[in-house]
Ligand binder design. Sequence first.
Ligand SMILES: Cc1cc2nc3c(=O)[nH]c(=O)nc-3n(C[C@H](O)[C@H](O)[C@H](O)COP(=O)(O)OP(=O)(O)OC[C@H]3O[C@@H](n4cnc5c(N)ncnc54)[C@H](O)[C@@H]3O)c2cc1C
Length: 305
Amino acid sequence: HARMMPMARSEMLRTVEQAGLRAMIKQTGTLDLYDSEASLNAASDDWQAKLKAGFEFQRVGRDEIDSLQPGLAPQFRHGIFTPSGLQVSDPLEFTQALFSNAMSRGASLRIGEVVRIEPINDGARVILADGAVFEAKTVVLAGGAWSKKIVTGLGDHAPLETERGYNTTLPPGAFPLHRQLYFNDHGFVVTPLSSGIRVGGAVELGGLKLAPNYKRSEAMLTKAKSFLPDLKTEGGRQWMGFRPSMPDCLPVISASTASPAIIYAFGHGHLGLTQSAATGRLVADIAARREPALDVEPYSISRFR
Ligand SMILES: Cc1cc2nc3c(=O)[nH]c(=O)nc-3n(C[C@H](O)[C@H](O)[C@H](O)COP(=O)(O)OP(=O)(O)OC[C@H]3O[C@@H](n4cnc5c(N)ncnc54)[C@H](O)[C@@H]3O)c2cc1C
């Protein structure tokens, strides 16, 4: 990820400027919190890797933590503040705004279940469950955690799994949250969004069909309340989502082996929103058959053969 992160940032900022959505990206910085000095020290390899990747951050003690975010429980005396951290106003609102922008530039939408993609002479064919067929010069498969079946149908191998995640979005007045807080010893994050205060995280290896277990959302909310004692926990909306994850934690951004006209873009795991604009750029480069802005070999579909 270290290779892609600078590009993730620059391409995201370029994309939102172009789409007139700059106001939806805020640089409030992120605050990573640890239960003890020992657990912060245990994470030092991660922070060294971030340093090497160009991240700038500072270690903070209780006084600085208090000024960055008042109202935290007393055990949080060790943290790291990353001032350059960006976040979107709200993922749904942001995605819908990008969608509207694409439509205003001539995109069109057809909703349907894709069952197969096939190479043809001058491009590719997409077959829907209702029998409809589309042909195009280039087809991009960006089916998230559901991409595997179609990839297999094209003769490629993608050991794609889903890391299911959970959250609860509380009403906007639930807590005066200044910025995103990472509770790193507990695997969840509390984020201020335009739609409310989101308490989310967790990793569940439950596949695509298992019913959601919202006890996971509840467990994170209970912990959040003990970490932020003034958090109002009433009126929340629970959600479960499917992170599309590869065993080496890198996405697949690659032409298929079946045809250069079929391009894969999936498997971004925990970072699909962060890396979305960079992925779009790389897909465009592959589609135009020009030198990609970043070496895409590590993201090749062939790496698991
Ligand atoms: C709790 C949680 C928190 C997260 N937090 C962050 C975060 O802070 N930052 C970040 O960068 N990322 C985060 N992620 C990860 C991020 O949400 C994913 O990486 C991202 O959504 C993947 O995008 P995608 O477009 O590849 O797949 P998806 O968003 O899953 O979209 C795939 C789409 O393809 C459609 N589809 C699938 N199969 C077919 C088919 N056969 N025919 C037609 N359509 C099909 C699906 O319906 C879906 O709309 C989080 C995820 C979860 C669950």
